[in-house]
Write a new protein. Structure first.
Length: 441
């Protein structure tokens, strides 16, 4: 009983991987919630690639066709302007070389007009794109940290569920052993009664004791099944899947205080969130910087009945956007982001102190649970020795039957308490491991 927790933090025993480490590895692969969080990481990675692609040019094909008649029009009085001149020329030349022409009226709608082009646009200077890329990189890191956070919590849940399963299994055995003792006591009472030395009331008391223990066994079996279901649920396995129990609880206590606490993912998440907000602040502060884009169009336009080599064209240019006034909205964004950063830093400081306190409390809980376990060990040994003495005395006629029943109850309760205190040490150690962020992910 001196060696209580060698496996407790999932450390290998005798250089071999522990059964709990194997179950944790299985959960990392199969847990549904963890799979969902991994999908979020993939989405963040795609968002980063999208941000990186904004540096590259965009090429698009555009085409249009237009044709119409009627509506607004414009008149050109070419006939009124040229016909008097043409008449004079015909009179001077005594010919009809200059015929009369009619006035022209043209509609605004084009007829059978097309315009097809390949348009290429590219940002030449835009700090928002650079900052957006940084934000997406930091968001990806944030999502990965969130996965690690859930993994650490999952380790604690798996270990606690496994210990509860072993505890419920041990309680079933305790009650079964108690039932065997009660059945053996009933046989002794039957023999004493047959020999005229016992009382019928003792048999009735034996039957009552047996029925009580059987009810306790049924309840313990139900709790054991519930613990099995929950453990398999965490591993995303069939609920009734067999759980390996090659785990020596007595060898479980040695390396608890040698664990070096790591950095809690919660603090890392807060720190990374502050980094993102600081990048957003830089982006908001750069609102006055211009944005410069370039574009090139290569295409062809004409009417369908007038396509020629002259229809092709190119067109390029630059576009600059410089903000001048926006009602101080940009300045308000900067101030708001600064306040968000200050609030996040306060939250980080507060959380750091809270987590340090939680780690200290978890360590004290281990110390307390070990002391309680050591006391339960002595109580269990004393109850077992007392039961042996009383049973021997009852068979020899020195002790009464009621003393025997009381001794058995003390022994059963002491053994139950021993089991509870033993696994309380393991569960407290799993909680300490979680608070100290010491399990290697």
């Amino acid at each position: 009983m001196k060696y209580l927790l060698l496996l407790l933090l999932g450390l290998p025993v005798l250089g071999q991987k522990s059964v709990l480490d194997e179950y944790v590895a299985t959960a990392f692969q199969q847990n549904i919630t963890l799979q969902q969080k991994s999908i979020q990481v993939e989405k963040a990675m795609i968002a980063l690639k999208t941000a990186q692609s904004l540096y590259q040019p965009s090429v698009a094909f555009q085409g249009g066709y237009q044709s119409g008649e009627g509506g607004r029009s414009i008149a050109f009085p070419v006939g009124d302007l040229l016909n008097p001149v043409y008449s004079t020329l015909n009179a001077l030349t005594k010919s009809t070389a200059f015929p009369q022409i009619a006035n022209v009226e043209t509609n605004f709608f084009p007829r059978d007009f097309y315009d097809v082009k390949v348009q290429t646009t590219m940002p030449l200077y835009n700090k928002d794109i650079s900052y957006n890329k940084q934000i997406q990189e930091q968001s990806l890191s944030l999502q990965r940290e969130d996965v690690s956070l859930y993994k650490r919590e999952l380790v604690k849940q798996i270990k606690t569920a496994y210990y509860n399963y072993l505890l419920s299994l041990g309680l079933v055995k305790v009650y079964e052993n108690s039932l065997n003792l009660a059945l053996e006591g009933k046989k002794v009472n039957e023999k004493l009664l047959a020999n005229g030395k016992g009382l019928p009331a003792y048999l009735l008391r034996s039957d009552s004791e047996i029925a009580t223990i059987q009810a306790q066994i049924a309840d313990a079996v139900k709790q054991n099944q519930a613990a099995q279901y929950y453990f398999n649920f965490l591993l995303n396995r069939e609920l009734r899947a067999e759980i390996r129990i090659d785990f020596e609880v007595e060898k479980a206590v040695a390396g608890v205080y040698s664990v070096v606490p790591g950095v809690r993912e919660e603090l890392s998440l807060l720190s990374k969130s502050i980094n993102i907000q600081e990048t957003v602040l830089k982006m908001n502060e750069s609102f006055y910087l211009p944005k410069l884009n370039g574009f090139v169009n290569l295409g062809s336009q004409a009417t369908l009945n007038n396509i020629s080599s002259k229809s092709g064209y190119y067109f390029f240019g630059l576009q600059m956007d410089i903000p001048i006034f926006s009602g101080k909205r940009n300045l308000y964004k900067v101030k708001q982001t600064q306040l968000d950063i200050a609030s996040a830093k306060n939250a980080l400081d507060l959380s750091t102190k809270q987590f340090n306190m939680a780690t200290e409390i978890a360590q004290k809980n281990i110390q307390s649970s070990i002391v309680s376990f050591q006391a339960s060990t002595k109580s269990y040994e004393a109850a077992a020795a007392y039961l042996r003495l009383i049973e021997k005395g009852y068979k020899e006629g020195v002790s009464t039957y009621l003393e025997t029943v009381d001794a058995r109850n003390q022994w059963m309760n002491a053994q139950i308490n021993y089991q509870l205190k033993q696994f309380n040490v393991l569960i407290a150690a799993a909680a300490y491991e979680r608070e100290a962020a010491s399990y290697p992910l």
